[in-house]
Design a protein around this ligand. Structure first.
Ligand code: PEP
Ligand code: MG
Length: 989
């Protein structure tokens, strides 16, 4: 069996059209074009026929698109992925036990006819297989076919890339059924059956795996096809495309060799485009292709259709583990052991005349969410022509006039599918001589704006419940909605305008390759990736970039789809920008932007703008407001925000924060005018000197606290006492050393650098080998209690003042980095002594709490004792993760950690998403023992994990009272908290 996984350059087929139409079709286009762009490919129609190496188009027609199928939801929500993966694992275990059960049991079922499957069988049949099965069962016109299961794929790998027992026999039997249904025969000279062989995993992996189209062609069947269609040229073109695609995907031959051979024949015959190739010229191309195969493959091209099928199935299985697919799964948190299904489907052709055509459509507008059929359609064309933009595809509404009966049928099917799936669908169809064929339905990808609008609209249309609406929108979608926009008042210079492909605005330095984008981003630069068009090999650059600009490709291009999925702003098809990849520049009008020069893109308008421009922060729309209000009604967890300044507090409150969970008071020390005073405080030779400096800081801190407490009136505000080691407020030792050494060497008079010397001595004195584990947090406060006193005084004096202004204040004083309860008790004594004094002076009563962070494992392990001295716990999961893993939070991510994640040593970055088994276990213990000691203990989280949906789900499980995150993540957290609650309740049921 000739099975080779495709080389990166042979990916056109898989890359093809694997994505969602507006979304998905795009990358299909990219795939197609990579295979043939710039070489004057056929302008559609029959001539272009089999060019579609893309998973979507078909020789002269299209078959079903490959491996996608997931609602925008599935790829991202790791919890969803995980749950589904567990389901799939159970299914695999079931299959394994069925296989072990011995000879008396019926052979394991590896192959399902479309009519035997259904929507619920995604694990086994992949999203695509399940989708066509469901349509078939619903009686919709679907070209007959069958799906080989994901289990078969896993078994294929287990057996060292061999088909499992019985699979091939079942495949042949299913093929016979298809022959019966279509009245065509595989390999038949008169009436040949041609099939597509497509990948399709449980989760959408757009364009990442391989697909083979027009399978079954050889000299004899080609002539049969020519006879049958009365179009010899079409049959020949389909044949040469098939050889080209099959050789690349299945035989692993470099696709460029075929392109060169094609170009040579074109040159020799004077054909300007593929479409100009005569039948005789195409015959030459076929022979030239066969020669390449003979050379490269050391054997003849497989002419026998069954051999072709065997090879293609193996190649599609193998493409599950190609590099692109593996990278994609790593990025999206999709398990590697799910496997892909393979769907084999009879081909239909959309380029058989004026009563044929093909298109892609969404049941709603995937950009705005508006309720109308949205898509593109071409008469007498194959799917590739639609997605590749070779011919300008008119909107789907054009079909109403051109083929009114088919349009009505299609519109009715679209409505029916949407109602059936109760979600927006992404449809592919082909019309072959007046017959409509549905090739695919899947939950459509959509922009964040559309996701929210559709969810809210569908509740209003009584199609889904409020709970479902809340569950339908991914938290990251909310994140996208909160993207920045260009300030409309800004004076901007528009260089050119492309398509508004993915909303949001971004600026950065121009880069022209994905690798360079990654490299510069790693060095801390903001970059915009500029390409003629993107393909799956560019994805890592898109991840690294702030935004993406392409000069070719539509709203459905790879760049558009992928950027939308990632929430990266994208302007696609900006033809006015002439991109020169070699020179690393692009020119729009008379302006040339070179690598490293800054420019701006606006993915909401399509504008490409010179230089950087002022941006404004987004607000919450009416629909989002509605959705979040529904979310609020389902969630139990409160959502607080981390904020250090009054404006943070105001923004957080506007986003719906119910408190401030962390005010890092030391940030206030960093302000330029305060730093010298802070340094004086640090360098003080005596307590007296230190107190003098602190007295200067007091009014400043008081005014900060006044602002925050006022902004959060009626809501709790957790203010943490100083945490970092003092040397952080002093200049770097390296810099000082250089200055002093230079001064000494140059013989500068000593008095001129005495201050630097003094600073250097102090920095040396305070320097620690492991400052993260050194004199910081409560240890620092206990060493210099005057600092605690000043901060507590500032907090309570601000509170007293506000109380007099009749503002309801709820300060909570938090002690950082407690490891032993005695540290907490002693700090607490200082706090209470100061509080008594301040409140006595002010002669008012202020209810305040004193609590602690739980960020050292020992504090978690002794939580019972700690809780007796604390009214609240706040998990500082940044430090708790650092200390539980023993990974330096400052170094690990730049060092080994991300590699650990990429290589699967760790499932996720534990600084991003809480480690359930370790850190989570400590948290569970602390919550249980803390609450046992003090039942009304308030418990929250203020580490970065507080805004991460998967971590929020854990916080819900642990029964925390609130999560606290950055103000912009508050809406995300509100939704995630609701989803966590709904999921937990569903699990309990
Ligand atoms: C933490 O450790 O999680 C925390 C919130 O404190 P910081 O990040 O300031 O150390
Ligand atoms: Mg901390």
């Amino acid at each position: 069996m000739a099975v080779r996984s495709s080389s990166p350059s042979s990916t056109a087929a898989a890359r093809a059209r694997a994505t969602a139409a507006a979304a998905s079709d795009a990358d299909g286009a990219a795939g197609v074009r990579k295979g043939g762009e710039g070489k004057g490919k056929a302008p559609g129609g029959k001539a272009a026929s089999a060019r579609s190496s893309n998973g979507k188009a078909v020789a002269g027609g299209r078959a079903v698109a490959g491996g996608k199928a997931v609602a925008g939801k599935a790829t991202a929500a790791r919890t969803t992925v995980k749950a589904a993966a567990e389901g799939a694992a159970r299914a695999r275990a079931g299959a394994a036990s069925a296989r072990r059960a011995g000879p008396r049991r019926r052979a394991h079922k590896w192959v399902y006819l479309f009519e035997q499957g259904g929507a619920a069988m995604r694990d086994l049949l992949g999203g695509k297989g399940a989708g066509v099965a469901e349509m078939t069962r619903a009686g919709l016109p679907v070209p007959p076919g069958f799906t080989i299961t994901t289990e078969a794929c896993n078994e294929f790998y287990r057996l060292g890339r061999q088909f499992p027992d019985g699979m091939w026999d079942q495949t042949r039997a299913a093929l016979t059924t298809i022959e019966r249904k279509t009245g065509k025969r595989f390999g038949d000279t008169d009436n040949p059956l041609l099939v597509s062989v497509r990948s399709g995993a449980r989760f959408s992996m757009p364009g990442m795996m391989d697909t083979v189209l027009n399978l079954g062609l050889n000299d004899r069947t080609r002539d049969g096809l020519a006879e049958l269609t009365g179009d010899e040229r079409f049959a020949l073109d389909a044949h040469r495309r098939f050889i080209q695609l099959f050789s690349k995907i299945v035989l692993g031959i470099d696709g460029d060799l075929f392109e060169h051979a094609l170009d040579a024949v074109k040159q020799r015959t004077g054909a300007a485009t593929d479409a100009d190739l005569t039948p005789d010229a195409l015959r030459d191309v076929v022979e030239a292709y066969r020669g390449i195969v003979r050379d490269q493959h050391k054997g003849e091209f497989p002419e026998e259709p069954l051999d072709q099928l065997r090879g293609a199935i193996g190649a599609v299985f193998s493409s599950w583990n190609n590099k692109r697919a593996t990278d994609y799964r790593n990025y999206n948190g999709i398990p590697h052991d799910l496997g892909t299904a393979v769907s084999v489907q009879s081909m239909v052709f959309g380029n058989m005349g004026g009563d044929s055509g093909t298109g892609v459509a969404f049941t709603r507008d995937p950009n705005t969410g508006e309720r109308r059929l949205f898509g593109e359609y071409l008469l007498n064309a194959q799917g590739e022509d639609v997605v590749a933009g070779i011919r300008t595809a008119p909107p789907i509404s054009a079909m109403r006039d051109q083929l009114p009966k088919v349009y009505r049928e299609f519109a009715a099917i679209a409505r029916r599918l949407e109602t059936h799936y109760r979600d927006m669908q992404d449809l592919e169809f082909t019309i072959e001589r007046g017959h409509l064929y549905m090739l695919q339905t899947r939950t459509a990808k959509r922009t964040a704006q559309a996701a929210v609008k559709i969810a809210v609209d569908m509740v209003r249309e009584r199609l889904i419940t409020r709970e479902e609406a809340v569950q339908r929108v991914e938290p990251r979608h909310i994140d996208h909605l909160l993207h920045r926009r260009i300030d409309p008042a800004a004076d901007i210079r528009i260089l050119t305008t492309g398509l508004a492909a993915s909303p949001g605005a971004a600026y950065g330095k121009a880069v022209f390759s994905a690798d360079r984008a990654e490299e510069m981003a790693r060095a801390g630069e903001k970059v915009i990736l500029v390409r003629i068009e993107t393909n799956p090999d560019d994805v890592h650059g898109m991840i690294a970039a702030e935004g993406v600009l392409t000069s070719r490709g539509g709203r459905t291009s790879h760049a558009a789809v992928v950027a939308r999925g990632m929430g990266r702003p994208c302007v696609a098809g900006a033809e006015g920008a002439r991109v020169n990849l070699k020179a690393r520049s692009f020119t729009a009008g008379d302006v040339t932007i070179r690598e490293g020069e800054e420019f701006t893109i606006d993915g909401s308008t399509g504008n490409v703008i010179d230089g950087t421009v002022p941006m404004i922060e987004p607000e919450i729309s009416g629909e989002l407001e509605q959705l979040l209000t529904w979310a609020d009604s389902f969630r139990r967890l409160q959502v607080w925000a981390n904020g250090d300044y009054p404006h943070d507090a105001e923004r957080a409150r506007a986003f719906g924060a119910q408190g401030i969970g962390l005010c890092r008071t030391e940030h206030m020390f960093m302000q330029q005018e305060r730093l010298p005073i802070v340094q004086r405080m640090i360098l003080a030779g005596s307590e007296e000197e230190r107190r003098a400096a602190l007295d200067e800081l007091l009014p400043m801190q008081r005014s900060d606290f006044h602002g925050i407490l006022k902004a959060m009136k009626g809501l709790p505000v957790v203010i943490r006492l100083i945490d970092p080691p003092l040397h952080e407020f002093l200049p770097s030792m390296e810099d000082l050393l250089v200055e002093v050494t230079r001064a000494e060497a140059l013989g500068v008079p000593e008095e001129e650098y005495a201050e630097q010397r003094r600073l250097l001595a102090a920095v040396r004195d305070l320097r620690e080998e492991n400052p993260m584990l050194g004199l910081r947090g409560c240890r620092l406060g206990l060493r210099y209690p005057e600092i605690i006193e000043m901060q507590v005084r500032a907090i309570l004096e601000a509170a007293v003042q506000l109380k007099r202004e009749r503002v309801d204040v709820r300060p909570e004083i938090m002690i950082p980095l407690v490891g032993h309860v005695n540290e907490l008790m002693r700090t607490r004594e200082h706090i209470e002594t100061t509080a008594r004094r301040v409140l006595g002076e002010g002669r008012v009563k202020i209810a305040y709490k004193v609590g602690t962070m739980i960020e050292i494992p020992r504090a978690a392990l002794t939580a019972g004792a700690v809780a007796r001295a604390a009214e609240f716990f706040s998990f500082g999961t940044n430090d708790l993760t650092q200390m539980t893993f023993g990974y330096s939070r400052d170094d690990a991510e730049a060092g080994f950690l991300l590699r650990y994640v990429a290589e699967g040593v760790l499932p996720v970055n534990p600084f991003e998403s809480l480690d359930r088994d370790g850190v989570g276990r400590l948290m569970r213990l602390a919550v249980t023992e803390g609450r046992a000691a003090r039942p009304d203990l308030e418990v929250g989280i203020c580490g970065e994990h507080g805004g991460d949906p998967a971590s929020i789900a854990l916080c819900e499980e642990l029964g925390l009272d609130y999560v606290s995150c950055s103000p912009y993540r508050v809406p995300v957290a509100r939704l995630a908290a609701a989803q966590a609650r709904l999921n937990l309740m569903a699990d309990k049921r």
